[in-house]
Design a protein around this ligand. Structure first.
Ligand code: HEC
Ligand code: HEC
Length: 299
C-alpha cells in the first residue's frame, strides 16, 4: 500500500477510536449523574430522634419531636395572629389545617407548600434558596408575599401594642426579651408539633403494620421507578434542587391536599401531576399506575 493511504487509514482509525471513547465516557458520566445513591441521613435522623435502625432509606416520621410546650403555646397564638403584618394575614390564612397545611393557591405566583412536616426540610421555598427552618419562618413573617412585616422588629413592634402578648413573651423568655428571634423561636417550637406521624406508611416503616397489597405494589413501583432519586428523606422531598432550580417538594400528606404542582402547572388530579414526573411512563391499562397512586395517597 502506498504510504499516503496508510496515513489516511490510520488517521480514520484514530478518529474513530477517539469518537468512540468520547461516546462511552459521556454515557458513563450521564449514568453517574443519574445514579441514585441513597443519602446518608443518619446524623440528621439522630438529631431528630428518629430511630432509623442503622441507615434506612425510608423512615417513619417520629411521633414526637422535642419542643418547649410554653414556647409552642405562644407559637400557636402567633401562627394564628393577624397582627404581625400590615395585611391582616396570619400563617393560618394560607396554611389552614383542613387543606393538609396549605390553601391550594398561588400567592404572588408561588404555590403554597404545607406547613406540616416542614421542620424536616433541607431546602426551603420553591427555588430552595433557604436552607434552615428558622430562616424560613423569618422569611414568612418579613416577605410582602406572605405576612409582609418587612422586618422581624416591625412584627414585634406591631405585636407589642398588645400588652398581654408582650407579657407572655417576657414571662417565658425574660424581661426585655420580646425580640424577633424569640418570636421566630415560638413558631419553630409550635412547628415541631405539626407532624403527620402514624400514617400507614409510618407504621409500615416502623415495622408496626403491613401495607395492604395494592399500596405495597405501589411502593415497589416508587422504588423501581426511582422516584426517591428526588423524593427522599423523612418528608419524601425537600432535599434536592433540580438542574432547573426547582426544589423537589415533599410528598407527605398528598391525599389531604387535593391540589398539586408539576411542571409549574396546578392539577386537582394526582394522576395528572404524577404523569408529569420522570419515570412515570405507564401503559394505558397499567395496574401499576393505580397502585403507585394508592401508595402516594397513604403517605
Ligand atoms: C399569603 C400566604 C402566606 C402566608 C400568610 C404565610 N405563608 Fe407560608 N407559604 C406560603 C407560600 C406561597 C409558600 C411556598 C413558598 C415557596 O415555595 O417559595 C409557603 C411555604 C411555607 C412553608 C413550607 C416551606 C417549604 O419550602 O416547604 C412553611 C413551613 C410555611 N410557609 C410557614 C409559614 C408560617 C410559619 C407563616 C406565618 C409566619 C406563613 N407560612 C405565612 C404562603 C403563605
Ligand atoms: C428528577 C427529580 C424528580 C423525580 C425523579 C421525580 N420527581 Fe416528583 N417532583 C419533582 C419536582 C421538582 C416537583 C415539583 C414540580 C413543580 O413544582 O412544578 C415534583 C412534584 C411531584 C408531585 C406533586 C407534589 C405536590 O405537592 O405538588 C408528585 C405527586 C410527584 N412529584 C410524584 C413523583 C413520583 C410518583 C415520581 C416517580 C414516578 C417522581 N415524582 C419522580 C422532582 C422529581
Amino acid at each position: 500500500m502506498k504510504r499516503k493511504y496508510v496515513w489516511i487509514y490510520s488517521s480514520y482509525a484514530v478518529a474513530a477510536i477517539v469518537v468512540g471513547l468520547c461516546f462511552f465516557v459521556n454515557r458513563w458520566r450521564t449514568a453517574q449523574r443519574h445514579a441514585y445513591v441513597p443519602e446518608d441521613l443518619s446524623a440528621e435522623y439522630a438529631a431528630w430522634g428518629i430511630d432509623a435502625d442503622g441507615m434506612k432509606e425510608f423512615v417513619a416520621l417520629p411521633v414526637h419531636l422535642p419542643y418547649n410546650p410554653i414556647a409552642s403555646r405562644l407559637g400557636i397564638d402567633m401562627f394564628t395572629s393577624k397582627k404581625m403584618g400590615p395585611y391582616s394575614r396570619s400563617c393560618v390564612s394560607c396554611h389552614p389545617q383542613s387543606g393538609g397545611g396549605a390553601d391550594g393557591r398561588r400567592h404572588s405566583g408561588v404555590f403554597t407548600r404545607p406547613a406540616y412536616n416542614a421542620v424536616f426540610g433541607k431546602y426551603y421555598l420553591h427555588d430552595g434558596s433557604i436552607s434552615n427552618f428558622p430562616d424560613l419562618v423569618r422569611c414568612m413573617i418579613e416577605d410582602t408575599r406572605f405576612i409582609g412585616a418587612g422586618s422581624l422588629s416591625n412584627a414585634v413592634a406591631r405585636l407589642n401594642a398588645d400588652g398581654r402578648i408582650r407579657k407572655r413573651f417576657e414571662t417565658h423568655y425574660g424581661d426585655g426579651n420580646f425580640v424577633g428571634t424569640n418570636l421566630v423561636d415560638s413558631i419553630v417550637n409550635f412547628s415541631r408539633t405539626l407532624m403527620t406521624a402514624n400514617g400507614p406508611f409510618d407504621r409500615f416503616c416502623g415495622g408496626r403494620d403491613a401495607l395492604d397489597a395494592e399500596r405495597l405494589a405501589g411502593f415497589e413501583q416508587f422504588k423501581a421507578r426511582r422516584c426517591a432519586r428526588c423524593h427522599s428523606g423523612p418528608s419524601l422531598g425537600t432535599r434536592v434542587v433540580t438542574e432547573d432550580g426547582v426544589r423537589v417538594p415533599s410528598l407527605r400528606g398528598l391525599s389531604k391536599r387535593g391540589i398539586y404542582q408539576a411542571n409549574g402547572s396546578l392539577y386537582s388530579d394526582l394522576a395528572a401531576a404524577v404523569a408529569m414526573m420522570p419515570g412515570s411512563d405507564f401503559e394505558d391499562d397499567d395496574k401499576s399506575r393505580l397502585s403507585l397512586l394508592a401508595f402516594l395517597r397513604c403517605l
